[in-house]
Ligand binder design. Structure first.
Ligand code: TEU
Ligand code: CA
Length: 633
C-alpha cells in the first residue's frame, strides 16, 4: 500500500500513481524528470506533503492515496501469443448518422442515407463502420441520451431499415459496430420515469436518487456546465447526471442494471452486430458515498469530482463481467471511450490478458499540455509525435492501441494545426498517412478523407450542441457575449457535425432541404464529387493509402522503430514484418524543408509532395508538410 512513508519512485511505479502524476505534469506542462530525478524520486511522500502544504491539503492526499491504492494489478509486460484479431488490422470509419446522408428530405441524416452510400464507403477501402447512436432518443444530446435501447430513433428510420443496412454491410465484407451508451440513459427512459414517480419502484436503485431534504448531495460538476445534480421539486429528490440534465447516470453497483445491460448487448449481437464502442465507459463505477470532489484537482482538470468516478473501484470487475456475459459468447469487439484515463490505466482496461476491453480511446493526444478543447491555439504536431513515441515505447505485445484524433466531439485537426487554406491539402494528406501507417488500429471520422476543416460559425445561433449552448450561457454571464462566443467558436463539437459534403450542389448532396445544422458557408471544390474527379485530391490519396495498407502487411502488423526521434519537426518510423521494411517520414511544419533519411535504393510507394526537380537520390528533402512512404531495399 502506498502511504506517506512511501517514496515518490514507489508511487511512480504504480500504474495509477504514474498516470496521475503524468496527468498532473501534462496539465502543468512539466517534464517527467521533475519526479524521476534521483533527488525527488527518493523523497518520502510525507516530505512532498510538507513541501506542498500551501497548494495541497490533507483531503487532496487522502484522495490521492485512495486513488493510487485502488489498483493492485499491473499491466502485462508480454503475451505468449498475441491474437491476430481482425480489429488489429482493420480501418474503422466513424459515421455521425445525423450528418451523413438524408434519404427522406427532412434535413436529418438517417439509416437509408447510410445504406445509399455503402458503395462509397467500400470504395474507400475501410473495413468496419462505427455508427454513433441511432436508438430511440429525445435527442437532448443527439442520441447519446437513449429512451429505448431496442428501438430505432424515428428520425433515423425503422428496425427493418437497420437490419437491411447490417445485411448490406456484411455483404460487402465490412463490419458494423454500434455505440453503447450505458453510463446514463435519457430521463425519458421507462426505467427512469418509473423510478422518479414511484419511490418504491425496483427501478429506483437503477439511478442515483438522493433526498432533497439533505440539500445538494455533493459538489460534482456536469460536463455540460453547472452542477451534476437535478432537483425534482414534486418528488423532493435529486438525481445525478454527469452530462445533461436529461441524461441521469445509471447505478452500476446495482446488479439488475448490469444484467439488463448485458441482455441488451446480447440482443444486438444476436442480430449480427460485430461489436460496440462503449461511451464514457470508465465513468460507470462511482466512489462509495459519492464524496465531494477535491477543489485543487477540480480546478486543474476543470471538472470537480472527476477523481471519484473516472477509474472507479469496480470498473475493471464490471468490464470483465460484461465481457464474459455478453461480448465473449459472440466474439464481439469492444472499444471503450475512456476520457481522462492515462497510459497505464488504459493497459489495465484493454491489455489482452485482462479480458475486459479490446481497445480504449485515450484523449491526451488531442490537446497540447495545459490546454483544453475550448482554448484557441495552434496545435504542434511535434507533441503528437511525442505522444506516439511515448506510447509505443511503453506498450508491450500484450497491448494494442487505437489511432485517432478526430471524432464527433472535437474540432477538425487540419484547422487546429494550420487554418491556412494553402496548407489544407498537403496537411490533410500528411495526417492521413500518419493515421494509416502508425502501429495500431486507425479510426477515421467522416469527412477526414476529404480534408474537412472547421466551420466559420457566425454566432451562437449557428450552433446546436448542448455542451456549447450550456457553456455559452455560463460564460456570457461571466465574461460577456464576445468572449463567450470566441471560446465556443474555438472548440465547438458542431465543427465536426455539419452535413457531409457529397457534391457541389446547394445542399451539398446531403439533403434536398435545409439541414438540421447548416454549413455556414460553401466549401467549393472539396466535396466527394469534386475530389472524385481529381487524381491528386485528398480523397484519391486516401484510397491509395488504404490500398497500400492492404498490400503491405508491415503497415498493418509490423513492429515500429522510430528514426531520429529527437529531430524537431521531423518524424519518421520504420514498420517491419517478416523482412518487409517500410520507412514513413514527415516534415511536421510549414516553413522549411527537412532532409529525408531514405536511402537512394529505397522505393517510393507514396508521397504527398510534388515530384521535385533535380533531387539527387539519397539527398531527398521533405517539403513543408511533406510525407513519404518507402519500401526499404
Ligand atoms: O463523450 C464523452 C466526452 O468525454 C466528451 O463529451 C467530452 O467530455 C466533452 O466533449 C468534453 O469537451 C461521450 C460522447 O462521445 C459524447 O458525444 C456525449 O455527449 C457524451 O459522451 C455523453 O454521452
Ligand atoms: Ca432524414
Amino acid at each position: 500500500m502506498i502511504n506517506k512513508k512511501s517514496r515518490v519512485k514507489d508511487v511512480y511505479a504504480t500504474p495509477v500513481g504514474r498516470d496521475v502524476i503524468d496527468k498532473l505534469l501534462l496539465q502543468l506542462d512539466r517534464p517527467a524528470r521533475l519526479v524521476t530525478n534521483p533527488l525527488v524520486s527518493n523523497l518520502r511522500m510525507s516530505t512532498i506533503e510538507r513541501l506542498s502544504r500551501k497548494q495541497l491539503n490533507a483531503d487532496f492526499w487522502d484522495t490521492f492515496y485512495w486513488l493510487v491504492n485502488l489498483e493492485q494489478d499491473r499491466p502485462g509486460e508480454s503475451h505468449p501469443d498475441p491474437s491476430q484479431s481482425w480489429w488489429k488490422e482493420a480501418v474503422f470509419y466513424q459515421i455521425y448518422p445525423r450528418s451523413f446522408a438524408d434519404s427522406n428530405a427532412d434535413g436529418i441524416g438517417d439509416i437509408n442515407g447510410i445504406r445509399s452510400k455503402l458503395d462509397y464507403l467500400q470504395s474507400l477501402g475501410v473495413d468496419a463502420l462505427w455508427l454513433s447512436p441511432i436508438y430511440d432518443s429525445p435527442n437532448d444530446d443527439n442520441g447519446y441520451d437513449i429512451r429505448d435501447y431496442k428501438a430505432i430513433m424515428d428520425e433515423m428510420g425503422t428496425m427493418e431499415d437497420f437490419d437491411l443496412l447490417l445485411e448490406e454491410v456484411h455483404k460487402r465484407g465490412m463490419r458494423l459496430i454500434m455505440d453503447l451508451v450505458v453510463n446514463h440513459t435519457s430521463d425519458e427512459h421507462a426505467w427512469f420515469q418509473e423510478a422518479l414517480h414511484d419511490p418504491d419502484s425496483s427501478y429506483r436503485s437503477y439511478y442515483f436518487f438522493r433526498p432533497g431534504a439533505k440539500g445538494l448531495p455533493n459538489n460534482w460538476r456536469s460536463f455540460f456546465s453547472g452542477r451534476a445534480w437535478r432537483y425534482y421539486p414534486e418528488q423532493d429528490v435529486y438525481t445525478l447526471h454527469l452530462f445533461s440534465e436529461k441524461q441521469p447516470d445509471l447505478n452500476w453497483d446495482h446488479e439488475p442494471v448490469r444484467k439488463d445491460v448485458a441482455e441488451m448487448v446480447r440482443w444486438w449481437l444476436e442480430k449480427g452486430v460485430d461489436g460496440f464502442r462503449l461511451d464514457v465507459i470508465n465513468y460507470i463505477s462511482k466512489r462509495e458515498g459519492l464524496p465531494d470532489g477535491d477543489k485543487t484537482i477540480g480546478d486543474l482538470i476543470n471538472f470537480i469530482g472527476i477523481e471519484n468516478y473516472y477509474y472507479g473501484p469496480n470498473l475493471n470487475k464490471y468490464l470483465r463481467e460484461l465481457r464474459q456475459e455478453a461480448f465473449d459468447p459472440y466474439h464481439a469487439f469492444s472499444v471503450g471511450e475512456t476520457p481522462g484515463i492515462g497510459l497505464e490505466m488504459g493497459r489495465l482496461l484493454s491489455g489482452e490478458d485482462r479480458k475486459q476491453l479490446d481497445l480504449v480511446f485515450n484523449f491526451d493526444q488531442l490537446e497540447l499540455p495545459g490546454k483544453w478543447k475550448y482554448d484557441n491555439y495552434i496545435y504542434d504536431l511535434n507533441y503528437l509525435k511525442k505522444y506516439y513515441i511515448k506510447y509505443h515505447t511503453r506498450l508491450s505485445d500484450n497491448d494494442w492501441m487505437s489511432v485517432f484524433w478526430e471524432n464527433h466531439d472535437n474540432p477538425r485537426m487540419v484547422s487546429k494545426v494550420n487554418p491556412d487554406p494553402k496548407q489544407r491539402r498537403p496537411l490533410a494528406k500528411l495526417l492521413l498517412v500518419w493515421l494509416l501507417t502508425m502501429r495500431g488500429t486507425p479510426f477515421l471520422y467522416q469527412g477526414q478523407e476529404l480534408g474537412e476543416v472547421n466551420q466559420k460559425f457566425r454566432s451562437i445561433k449557428d450552433v446546436r450542441d448542448v455542451e456549447a449552448l450550456n457553456m455559452f450561457e455560463e460564460l456570457r454571464v461571466r465574461d460577456g457575449e464576445d468572449a463567450a462566443w470566441a471560446t465556443i467558436l474555438a472548440g465547438s463539437r458542431d465543427h465536426s457535425r455539419v452535413p457531409m459534403n457529397w457534391d457541389e450542389s446547394a445542399g451539398n448532396g446531403f439533403s434536398k432541404v435545409e439541414p438540421w445544422l447548416p454549413r455556414p458557408e460553401r466549401d467549393n471544390g472539396w466535396s466527394v464529387a469534386a475530389q472524385e474527379e481529381d487524381a491528386d485530391s485528398v480523397l484519391s490519396d486516401f484510397r491509395k493509402l488504404t490500398a497500400l495498407r492492404k498490400k503491405y502487411p508491415a503497415l498493418r502488423r509490423g513492429s515500429i522503430t522510430f528514426v531520429k526521434a529527437k529531430k524537431h519537426n521531423y518524424f519518421a518510423y520504420v514498420r517491419e514484418w517478416q523482412g518487409e521494411r517500410i520507412l514513413v517520414e514527415f516534415n511536421l511544419c510549414d516553413l522549411s524543408p527537412v532532409r529525408s533519411q531514405a536511402a537512394a535504393s529505397d522505393k517510393l510507394l507514396y508521397t504527398n509532395m510534388k515530384p521535385a526537380s533535380k533531387q539527387k537520390a539519397g539527398r531527398r528533402r521533405l517539403q513543408p508538410y511533406g510525407a513519404a512512404v518507402y519500401l526499404c531495399s
